[in-house]
Design a protein around this ligand. Structure first.
Ligand SMILES: Nc1ncnc2[nH]cnc12
Ligand SMILES: [Zn+2]
Length: 333
């Protein structure tokens, strides 16, 4: 039995495996610029975040109907469940679909259908977080929030907003107004910061956007005062170790700062980001850090416990306590 965990940093579009991409392409009459899954997989050599994003947005062309989004999410939830994920807070990128003429209603209805049955079918509780693309305008983000209004919790599945895509040159403050509007609507707030961007972007995400968790946050280690603040305020960081290697944020996994971050007292979690592209799902990321960094069973338990502490389960503390009890009772073999 795998260690129980929550996944807090997962882009649903990043779970599009080559086999499903080709199946959806055939179903929708879309021609992909790759002969087969093998050739597509060979394109998964990334120099940085942007080189990945180019492929990631391109492959989304196969996602067109409600069924496509339902099938995508259902396939992810099955894989996640098999790797011990008990709760998933799932990102999606509405602007990337709206720009292709796929409506918010189609995307959310499809994802929502898979999420609604996830607990019964996979034993995984879920929440949905919509991300704004930071390389698009602040006005576009505001229009996207407006389009999402019918699908916000408690009526719909969307509980929060996030910020993703090309980081450098797109500081968090650009989105101050839309985050303010999201907060007024009762939405939770997270933001990617400090993946490729400087530590100052992390500070800005906290101060200007009111981010409650920082996605990645890796580069906080360059600023000791920021580390002190993150430790003091128990700000969760959703780290993605295999992603960091594949997007060259770290050279090799053995040099990942995770052990130093845990030693510093940071509230770290381990997640998969875009598992179809980066070589593994949540459990694969746990296994990889255990092997490459020699993390002890108690450190792994801490990471799993942190994932539930950092999750947005305030509406169901009884559930959070149950999940944490599962972590505490877990026997490593
Ligand atoms: N790792 C990542 N960073 C920024 N934007 C993303 N969109 C999907 N994955 C991402
Ligand atoms: Zn991400």
């Amino acid at each position: 039995m795998p260690l129980p965990k929550a996944e807090l940093h997962l882009h649903i579009e990043g779970t599009l495996e080559p086999e499903l991409a080709f199946a959806l392409a055939a179903r929708n009459g879309v021609t992909l610029p790759y002969a087969d899954t093998e050739e597509l997989r060979k394109a998964y050599e990334f120099a940085d975040l942007q080189s990945f994003l180019n492929l990631y947005y391109g492959l989304m062309a196969v996602l067109r109907t409600e069924d496509d989004f339902a099938d995508l999410a259902d396939a992810y939830l099955a894989r996640a469940a098999a790797q011990g994920v008990r709760h998933a807070e799932i990102f999606f990128d509405p602007q990337a679909h709206l720009a292709r003429g796929v409506g918010m209603g189609t995307v959310v209805a499809g994802l929502g259908r898979a999420l609604d049955r996830s607990e019964a079918v996979h034993g995984v509780s879920t929440q949905l977080i919509m991300c704004f693309l930071r390389d698009e305008s602040a006005g576009s983000a505001m229009e996207t929030l407006e389009a999402a209004k019918p699908y916000l919790a408690p009526r719909g599945p969307i509980v929060g907003v996030g910020l993703d895509s090309a980081e450098v040159g797109h500081p968090p403050a650009k989105f101050a107004e839309v985050y303010g509007a999201a907060a007024a609507l009762g939405l939770r707030r997270v933001a990617h910061a400090g993946e490729e961007g400087p530590p100052a972007y992390i500070t800005e995400a906290l101060d200007v956007l009111g981010a409650e968790r920082i996605d990645h946050g890796l580069r906080c280690m360059e600023d000791p005062e920021l580390v002190d603040r993150l430790v003091r305020d128990r700000v969760p960081l959703t780290l993605c170790p295999l992603s960091n290697v594949r997007l060259r944020a770290v050279d090799v996994l053995a040099e990942h700062p995770l052990p130093k971050m845990l030693d510093a007292g940071l509230l770290c979690t381990v997640n998969s980001d875009d598992p179809a592209y980066f070589g593994g799902y949540a459990g694969d990321n746990f296994r990889a850090v255990r092997e490459a960094l020699g993390l002890s069973p108690e450190r792994l338990r801490e990471l799993a416990r942190n994932s539930f502490v950092a999750s947005f389960l305030e509406h169901d503390e009884e559930r959070r306590a149950r999940y944490i009890a599962e972590v505490e009772a877990y026997e490593f073999r």
